[in-house]
Design a protein around this ligand. Structure first.
Ligand code: ROI
Length: 174
């Protein structure tokens, strides 16, 4: 069998029990065929990017080693979203959702198609993707952007932090 490809997936939820949604989705990723869940970040809390009249999000990043093609993997991710109650036709484009799974990278593949752009076009702006990603793969290089740890440092505005970090500790580090 050919060697597995490193794929990174961003998870997010701000409806219907966000922490449980993301945890269940991580278990679904771990059960995908022809794939291995190599690492997963902790759960992070983050203020909404985009419209502010929605609940805070829970975010995480998963690192898969997979033999699935990028499109087969995308199909699997959308099936997991659908099972969580997500309907692509729901509400506003940047509105609240029970589960969002974004394929961030599939190896070093760079493509721009209607259904799939790789690397994911939102990476550089999104602290809620970069901070959890930097926890598990700081040295990972993103085609066209550079290392994940550098990108995360540039985007860290203090609004994204592990759920396990208690409120009074969040700004305790000088
Ligand atoms: N904001 C945060 N903090 N986390 C998300 O996962 C997220 N997902 C989205 C938009 C609406 C852009 N905002 C988000 O799709």
């Amino acid at each position: 069998m050919s060697t597995a490809v490193d794929a990174f997936i961003g998870l997010g939820s701000n409806l219907d029990g966000p922490a449980a949604q993301v945890t269940a989705a991580l278990e679904c990723l771990a059960a995908l065929p022809d794939s291995m869940l190599h690492a997963r970040s902790r759960l992070y809390a983050s203020a909404p990017m985009g419209p502010q009249d929605q609940p805070d999000y829970v975010n995480a990043v998963a690192w898969l080693r997979t033999h699935l093609s990028p499109h087969a993997l995308l199909d699997r991710l959308q099936a997991i979203e659908h099972a969580a109650g997500r309907r692509r036709t729901d509400g506003q484009r940047w509105g609240p959702r029970p589960l969002d799974l974004d394929l961030l990278m599939w190896g070093d593949l760079q493509i721009a198609e209607e259904r799939l752009t790789l690397p994911h076009p939102g990476i550089a702006e999104r602290a809620f993707v970069l901070l959890p990603w930097a926890e598990i793969a700081p040295a990972q290089s993103v085609p066209g952007l550079g290392r994940v740890d550098g990108l995360a440092a540039a985007r860290d505005d203090g609004t994204v932090y592990p759920l396990s970090v208690r409120r009074h500790e969040r700004s305790a580090v000088p």
